[in-house]
Design a protein around this ligand. Structure first.
Ligand code: R5P
Length: 327
């Protein structure tokens, strides 16, 4: 049907794109993607893309989120005009997922706007991982797949935690309650939920209440993303005040802006477990940070999409090997 499988990347996270290409067993396609002195982005695809099944890998995280979004849109347009057979926008982290409803007067729904832009620029499909809310899938008018890193995270904690009677899973944000409970069920652990209050639009939060028992020696705090780290740090403090001695923190998308990584690693936790959907900014505290690579999962999914095989099978029995990098 297509003349071949091609994988390209912008400048958001080339290391991840290289890992995906390596797992697929083929090099990344060549493309120029850079900025002119006037701040405008230039793209040129350096290989024939006519009738190819093209995957453009670009995580939508910062620093430079807006540039990365723009690079992706321009690359999609370039491939459409180069007569690619099918174009898939591969966005390991989809930005603006938290802007998914009009919950204040006169605010936009930016996740919807971004989904429209991706489709409008030329993507025939999208591929992403752990959207902030599952319903964001419906903002796209093109078909797509949402992968999840949770089986890999379960796999990481399984040996040490599964079924233990001295540990609890703590969910620091009620928006993540369902996924957090599923994660705990897979590890056969109880769950506690933190009710937090946001201070306006400052990004700052405070713990209002903890629903559930935290009278355990050990805890895994898990969320879909960590941004400033405020939510997780408040939770860590509440757990430590409650007598929990051994705390592991995990998330899928480590945005870790500002001093988040340092503050979390210095808070007395055992470890911070993340994936590589977003490049790790800090080179410090690597002794406490464990990076689980989801690149093989993306590679296997790309292969299946290209071959027309089931992607759903990956959700129940991951056949791709868990790759753990300790940095
Ligand atoms: C909330 O909706 C998310 O699940 C996270 O809890 C939150 O966005 C984390 O942000 P921060 O690290 O800045 O507290």
């Amino acid at each position: 049907m297509f003349r071949g499988l091609s994988v390209y990347t912008g400048n958001a996270h080339p290391e991840f794109a290289n890992d995906v290409a390596e797992a697929l067993g083929q090099p990344l396609g060549r493309a120029d993607v850079f900025k002119f002195p006037n701040d405008e982005i230039f793209v040129q695809i350096k290989e024939n893309a006519r009738e190819h099944d093209v995957f453009v890998i670009q995580t939508l995280a910062g620093p430079g989120t807006s540039d990365h979004i723009m690079e992706l849109l321009i690359m999609l347009d370039a491939f459409r005009r180069a007569s690619a057979g099918r174009i898939t926008a591969v966005m390991p982290y989809f930005a603006y997922g938290q802007s998914d409803k009009k919950d204040q007067p006169r605010v936009p729904i930016t996740a919807r706007l971004l989904a429209d832009l991706v489709g409008g620029a030329g993507a025939d499909r999208f591929l992403t991982m752990d959207l902030h809310q599952g319903q964001v899938q419906g903002f796209f008018s093109i078909p797509g797949d949402e992968l999840s890193a949770f089986l890999l995270l379960v796999g990481y904690f399984e040996e040490e935690f599964a079924g233990r009677d001295d540990a609890v899973v703590v969910v620091p944000d009620l928006g993540f309650a369902k996924k957090g409970r599923n994660f705990a069920e897979k590890l056969r652990l109880p769950t506690a939920f933190v009710e937090k209050r946001r201070r306006g639009n400052t990004g700052q939060t405070e713990v209002v209440d903890i629903v559930g028992d935290i009278g355990y020696r050990r805890a895994i705090v898990i969320d879909d993303l960590i941004n400033t780290g405020g939510t997780v740090l408040n939770t860590i403090q509440a757990l430590q005040e409650g007598g929990v001695q051994d705390i592991s923190v995990a998330c899928v998308h480590p945005l870790l802006t500002g001093e988040a990584a340092a503050n979390i690693c210095d808070s007395g936790i055992r470890e911070l477990v993340i994936t590589d959907t977003v490049p790790l900014r800090s080179s410090e505290h690597r002794d406490k940070i464990r990076v689980l690579s989801v690149a093989p999962l993306f590679a296997e999914t790309i292969r299946r999409i290209h071959e027309g095989e089931s992607v759903g099978a990956l959700f129940t029995s991951p056949t791709v090997q868990l790759q753990l990098r300790v940095r």
